[in-house]
Design a protein around this ligand. Structure first.
Ligand SMILES: [Zn+2]
Length: 172
């Protein structure tokens, strides 16, 4: 998946899942992290150690545990309450989403560390091709649907609109 698709997918998926601006912003910033780390570490091959699914899964699980500890304080920074535990989790989430999305591609990702297999690939799309944008479009569309059906006020607005416009009366 190209960098901008990773950013777009991280934005919508992290928002739909958590609806927390700190998590969402951090996930967007970390959306390209596994690829960026490759350029910092010499001798690392593309989609090698920085793309190991289990690493990112553990990072997200460990850093995400802070979200479930009651009373973790938000630190005041320049008059704003900043949830650092949410930001840390968001970074790990951004990396996890990145490797999950790379998993959907033809070239796939390593699930466990080490040179040998298993190497997993769902083969839904080829990076940079039309198929990538189809997958991205599907992710955005499904996210919009999930957001809509989880928003009772939005559903009520549509129901009221259809009632007021005589749509339901027409069929009864
Ligand atoms: Zn990647």
């Amino acid at each position: 998946m190209t960098g901008k698709s990773h950013v777009a997918a991280a934005a919508v998926l992290s928002w739909v899942a958590f609806q927390n601006p700190f998590i969402c912003a951090a996930a967007i910033c970390a959306a390209k992290l596994p690829d960026q780390m490759e350029s910092f570490i010499p001798g690392v091959k593309h989609r090698g150690p920085t793309h190991v699914l289990i690493f990112w899964f553990f990072a997200a699980a460990v850093l995400g545990s802070g979200l479930f500890i009651p009373g973790v304080p938000a630190l005041s920074l320049g008059g704003m309450d900043v949830e650092f535990h949410s930001i840390l989790f968001g970074i790990a989430l951004g990396g996890l989403l990145h490797v999950c999305l790379d998993y959907l591609s033809v070239s796939g990702i390593p699930v466990f560390p080490g040179k040998s297999r298993p190497h997993a690939a769902a083969r839904w799309y080829k990076t940079g091709h039309f198929s990538e944008y189809l997958v991205l479009g599907l992710i955005i569309l499904l996210s919009a649907v999930v957001l809509f059906v989880s928003d009772e006020a939005a559903i009520e607005r549509v129901r009221k609109y259809l009632t007021d416009s005589g749509f339901f009366a027409y069929f009864s």
